[in-house]
Each structure stands twice: as C-alpha cells, then as structure tokens.
Design a protein around this ligand. Structure first.
Ligand code: BT5
Length: 274
C-alpha cells in the first residue's frame, strides 16, 4: 500500500509523453501546490512535472480554505504547466482538468461524474450532488500578459470511508462510497494524466474546452445562489450559460444578466445544498 504511488510504481505505468515524466512522490508535505510553485521558480522544472503526496498538513482550497484528506486515501497532486497562452486562457486549464478528472473517474469507478461551476467535480448520490474532487489553479502572469507558468492542484477523494469524509460546505463523497468498492489510485492517476495530456493538446491547438465543459456542468439551467469573490451580497437567479472564458452568466429575477468570474454556487431545490 505504501509503495502504491511511488516513482517506481507510477513511472512504468505512464502512457503520457510529457505529463508526469518528471514525477516526485512525497509521503507527506504541507501542500503540493505550494511546494511545486516554489520548485518551479527555484529550479528549471519541466512542464508536466508532477508532485504527489499521501498526506498534506496544509492542504489548500481557494481563498485559503482547507483541503482535508486522511493519509493514503486520496490522490493529492499538482501539475506544472508552461503554456504559451494569453493570460485570459488560464481558466481553460481548470476546464480541461475537470474534464480529465470526470473521464478518468468514470472509467475507473463506472459511476456518472459531472462538474459544478467553477472548480468542483461532483457525483449525485442519494439525490444530492456531492463533491468528489476539487481543483486549485494558481497562475503567474508575465508583464506581456502571458502565462509564465501555472500550477494545477487536484484533490480526488478516492478511498475515503463515509465516516472519514471531512465536514464541508458542499456535501463530500468519495469514489469508494459512490461505487461501493475500493478504487485503485494508481489506475486512476495513470488514466487522469493520460486524459489531461490529450485535452491539453487540443486546447494548445486553440480549440476551447468550454463546449465540452458546459455539457458536463450541473449548474446550467438551474436556480442558483452565487456568492461572488469580493462582494458581500449574494446573487440569486438562473445560471444560463458560461462564456468562452468560463465565466457564469446568471439571469436575476428582473431579467438582468450578471457575468460572474469567480465565486461559489449553491444549487437551489437540489434536495440538498450541493
Ligand atoms: C477546492 O477549493 O476545491 C480546491 C482543492 C484543491 C486541493 C488540492 S490537493 C493537491 C493540491 N495542493 C493543495 O494544497 N491543494 C490542491 P474550494 O472550492 O475552495 O473548496 C474548499 C472547500 O471544500 C473547503 O472549505 C471544505 O468545505 C471542502 N472540502 C475540504 N476537503 C474536502 C474533501 N476532501 N472533499 C470534499 N470537500 C472538501
């Protein structure tokens, strides 16, 4: 079990050309995103470098929230990208990552997986959409408004038992609970990195991942309550669409459209507060 995600176990199984070819396993770290960001600035780490750990003592979500996962139960990793993209395409990385997680989870656990705006991967269980994975993208932009590098953090709840799931604002779930059996973290990791590389290639060729991402969003067509980053008042309305950059377009009660770049969404009438 301890050897499951070591370099020696993972590297022979990779089917990718560049993602994960530079791979480091840590038994325990503060946060893989923090560690990879530091390493990306201090050393000449190649694009596609992956840092993965079995335990984080300072796992981070957005806005300095915490990401909690019991040791050895999850996939906790960060991937380094060096896209030669204009800065506004940063959100494409969250989209391709969400799609790659959903596809890999469906293949590994054979349960339907959806996305919830902006960065959650969710599974419907007992009538409620529950969060099975969170994504944390941190980018650095050059003076020329291009991406210097970006670190994508991925936290997938794989073999967490129902009793071990953390208290969270959106109800959490793991693949173990959803599928009713343990899932191989190694298989899931290898499948995820392969799909991430494929989706990246398409985006790098200029094709937006937004239409495919939109199709998986459970948020669209639903009545939502949105708390926007930097704004005290929530916004209630119908989530109509997203634009090319992944911003959510919400129609309020008087028919006015609001475009939301960053925030959290609660689905109303979902039978719960997913
Ligand atoms: C996220 O933030 O969902 C991004 C999570 C990214 C975690 C990865 S792990 C590897 C890498 N290194 C890091 O330090 N981070 C990344 P956000 O949307 O802000 O959601 C955070 C909220 O999710 C918390 O406030 C909790 O309510 C909830 N939460 C915490 N742990 C959870 C879990 N294991 N499953 C489901 N929800 C969780």
């Amino acid at each position: 079990m301890e050897q499951e995600l070591h370099e020696t176990a993972v590297q022979p199984r990779l089917t990718t050309q560049w993602i994960g070819r530079s791979y480091r396993y840590f038994a325990s770290v503060g946060s893989t995103n923090t560690l990879l960001k530091e390493a990306a600035t201090a050393q000449a780490l190649p694009a596609g470098a992956v840092f993965l750990t079995d335990y984080q003592s300072q796992g981070r979500g957005r806005l300095e929230r915490r990401w909690e996962a019991p040791p050895g139960t999850s996939l906790l990793l960060s991937v380094l990208f060096r896209p030669q993209w204009p800065a506004e395409r940063l959100s494409w990385l969250t989209m391709i990552a969400g799609l790659a997680v959903a596809e890999a989870m469906e293949a590994a656990a054979v349960v339907p997986v959806a996305l919830k705006w902006p960065n959650d991967v969710v599974i419907e269980h007992k009538g409620v959409w529950r969060k099975v994975c969170g994504l944390l993208l941190e980018g650095t932009i050059t003076a020329e408004e291009r991406l210097a590098y970006a670190v994508l953090g991925v936290g997938m709840n794989v073999n967490i038992t129902a009793a071990q799931l953390p208290a969270a604002s959106t109800p959490p779930i793991s693949l173990l609970v959803a599928a009713g059996r343990p899932i191989s973290r190694l298989e899931l990791l290898v499948a995820f990195l392969a799909r991430l590389e494929q989706r990246y290639a398409t985006a790098d060729a200029g094709e937006s991942p937004q239409p495919a991402w939109n199709r998986r969003l459970v948020t669209l067509g639903r009545e939502v309550i949105v708390s926007r980053v930097g704004e005290a008042e929530t916004l209630t309305g119908v989530a109509e669409d997203t634009d090319e950059w992944g911003q959510l377009r919400v129609r309020d009660a008087v028919g006015r459209i609001h475009t939301v770049a960053a925030g959290d969404v609660t689905l109303r009438h979902s039978g719960g507060n997913a």
